[in-house]
Design a protein around this ligand. Structure first.
Ligand code: C5P
Ligand code: MG
Length: 284
């Protein structure tokens, strides 16, 4: 598999990766499902040295919110993002702080009376960028009828708009995320349902048992993420047989490499492409 010789690829146990892939190839594409994170996994972390926006950032940078609100959201980002990627703190320690970040940010967004009919323009005018090779990735899975679950702690309405505008919101795609709740006049009044943040994807998965029940004939999972919390996205999968975990290591590479190698089968260090996930084309 030539993709695995890319310089960005790091593996603790390459033999095991080969075995999982062989087993999936043998079982065939009709036994496979893909579960992926969205922000900084399907989208780029940086382009030409400049950070790319998350789905939250797309709104934050848009003209749908006031400069005062932008300032407050940037303050939150400056406080909480370093905590998100801090290797010296445990997930248990970070969890309440992440809930705090998401809750405060969502409260600020709700105060802005954002209009649903303006979201598409905000996305169109944003710097959102999917990783190189995204079209091949989405089209190939669709052609093979492989279900693709996008499981995101970002904002569902925004990420759906990103993939719709990219022309890849195919029938095989399902999204679990934080969705906005609009009033009758189309103004944001709250976020729907249970909050999904980076450390409760396990609980989010278990709330969606119907989805995984429908896919129980697909025990082979390819998981894509960029946070260690993303490893729990497959916790709802029924009768799991093989799982190939591919992790994007975007930031603080040297500090976090060992932890990523210990949890992800394939670690992609500073790789802005979907070249390695596109090895799915061999499973047909
Ligand atoms: O799609 P995904 O699950 O990756 O979305 C989570 C990402 O959103 C986190 O990596 C976090 O840095 C980012 N985030 C943000 N603004 C917030 C909350 C989270 O950019 N207010
Ligand atoms: Mg992410």
């Amino acid at each position: 598999i030539p993709e695995l010789s890319n310089p960005s690829v790091c593996m603790k146990d390459p033999q095991r990766v080969q075995e999982i892939l062989q087993s999936m190839v043998k079982a065939g594409s009709n036994t496979v499902q893909v579960i992926t994170d969205f922000d900084m996994t399907l989208t780029r972390f940086a382009y030409n040295g400049k950070r790319c926006p998350t789905s939250h950032n797309i709104l934050e940078n848009s003209n749908l919110i006031t400069s005062d609100c932008k300032e407050k959201l940037t303050e939150l980002l400056n406080i909480y993002y370093p905590i998100e990627i801090d290797t010296s703190r445990s997930a248990e320690e970070k969890l309440p702080l992440m809930v705090e970040w998401w809750t405060k940010a969502h409260e600020l967004l709700v105060e802005q009376k954002i209009r649903k009919d303006l979201l598409a323009t905000a996305v169109r005018e944003s710097d959102a960028m999917l990783r190189e090779g995204f079209k091949r990735f989405f089209d190939c899975l669709n052609q093979q009828n492989i279900p693709l679950l996008i499981f995101s702690a970002g904002i569902g309405d925004i990420l759906e708009e990103v993939i719709r505008q990219a022309g890849i919101f195919h029938r095989n795609v399902k999204v679990i995320s934080n969705y906005m709740d609009f009033d009758e006049s189309g103004v944001l009044r709250a976020f729907k349902g249970e909050l999904i943040h980076i450390y409760n994807k396990r609980e989010g998965a278990l709330l969606n048992t119907d989805h995984f029940q429908d896919l129980r004939t697909r025990p082979n999972v390819v998981l894509l993420g960029d946070s260690l919390g993303d490893l729990h996205m497959a916790d709802g999968v029924q009768d799991l047989k093989n799982i190939l975990k591919i992790g994007f290591l975007n930031d603080k590479v040297e500090d976090r490499k060992q932890a990523y190698l210990d949890s992800y089968d394939i670690v992609l260090a500073k790789d802005e492409t979907l070249d390695v996930p596109n090895l799915l084309k061999y499973i047909s």
